[in-house]
Design a protein around this ligand. Sequence first.
Ligand SMILES: [Fe+2]
Ligand SMILES: [Fe+2]
Length: 266
Amino acid sequence: MTASLNALAVLNAATPDAKVKAAKHLAQEWAASQDVGAYIENVPDTPARPEKPELVAPSDVKRRRLGTPAGRCALLHAVAHIEFNAIDLAADMIARFGHHPDIPEADRNAFIADWISVCNDEARHFGLLQTRLAEFGMSYGDLPAHNGLWEAAVKTKSNFAARLAIAPMVLEARGLDVTLGMIEKLTSVGDTESADILKIIYNDEIGHVAIGARWFQTLARIRGQEPESWFHHLVGSYYAGQLKPPFNVQARTLAGLKQGFYIPLS
Ligand SMILES: [Fe+2]
Ligand SMILES: [Fe+2]
């Protein structure tokens, strides 16, 4: 099947195992033949998801104290939920925006390839967390979670530039800011297994922010927009609230995200 249809299959997979399998299938078929496929008209606004976790307001998600196994499980579960949504976000980028007219025809395969690699990474991250949760006798869905990530996706479903600005350059970049602290805390309480998983995720996520920032800047050039002021405008219109310091300037810079993008929004 084509990349478009395989990305749609990821969105339509409901169970965690089916979604991970579909993401891997997308990457495998792309490696065998780089067939972008046709434009898909009806990409679902909300992808299929399992009945659990129960989705609650962010304020109803319990705070995590990492000194206890229960606290660490809650953290791992929260990160697993982010990764699960991230699989869908990458698949949605392909299915919804892979044929966007602003992507030059000559760049289309590179665009699809980038987001397939992201989708595959997210599925791998989710799998690592699933395995770690199982070692604590838990699985994804055992705790409630909030739907903030997908709400951001729905808000930007009709604006390609806003999706690039918000999903990788605001939300995934925020992950870079907070993950090092989690790694430190997990290490300090002796949970090096969980810390090692977050280190893998952290390093890969620098690459994801880089992919998002690069395509945003490509799009800005095509549209004749000054990237930083365009980003400020889009975040102001599509993202409620300010960006929270402290920022991981080093990781953000590695990802090609200059301070001029985010400092003025904090
Ligand atoms: Fe991830
Ligand atoms: Fe990511």
